[in-house]
Design a protein around this ligand. Structure first.
Ligand SMILES: [Zn+2]
Length: 132
C-alpha cells in the first residue's frame, strides 16, 4: 500500500472533514480538544473511526495531521468525516519566520535572538504567521 501525501489549507480541511465542536468545554465555538482528562478520552474513543487529527508543534511551524499522535502534540481535533486510510494529510496552521532584527550572535539570557526594542517581535527574534 502506498501512502499519498496531501497538503490542505485549514479551510479545505474544515470543508472536507468537518471538525466538530468540543462539547466538553464552555466555549461553544472551540474545536480543539485537550490532551488530558475527559477531552482526550473522547478523542481516543474516535481513533478507530479515523476521525482523530493531531495538532502539533513542528520545527518553526504548527500543523495538523490525521491520526492520533503523541509527540509534540498541542491538542486534537475530531471530525465528522473519516479520513482515508492510505493518505497522510498535513495542514500548516502557522509558521515562524526570522524577524528582521534576528541576530544569532545576540542570544541573551532568556534564549531570544531579537532586538528587545523591536516592535515586530518584541525581542523574540521570530514572528509567528498564522495561515488563513
Ligand atoms: Zn524583531
Amino acid at each position: 500500500m502506498t501512502t499519498k501525501f496531501v497538503e490542505l489549507t485549514w479551510k479545505e480541511f474544515e470543508e472536507q472533514f468537518k471538525p466538530i465542536k468540543n462539547h466538553l468545554v464552555s466555549d461553544p465555538d472551540q474545536l480543539m480538544f485537550e490532551t488530558y482528562g475527559d477531552e482526550v478520552e473522547f478523542v481516543i474513543s474516535k481513533i478507530t473511526e479515523r476521525k482523530v487529527w493531531t495538532y502539533a508543534d513542528g520545527d518553526y511551524c504548527t500543523y495538523v495531521s490525521n491520526g492520533y499522535h503523541y509527540i509534540n502534540r498541542i491538542g486534537y481535533y475530531v471530525c465528522e468525516v473519516p479520513y482515508e486510510e492510505d493518505v497522510e494529510y498535513q495542514i500548516i496552521t502557522s509558521t515562524e519566520e526570522q524577524c528582521e532584527c534576528y541576530d544569532e550572535d545576540r542570544e541573551d539570557n532568556d534564549g531570544e535572538y531579537g532586538d528587545p526594542n523591536c516592535q515586530e517581535c518584541e525581542g523574540y527574534g521570530m514572528i509567528t504567521r498564522y495561515a488563513d
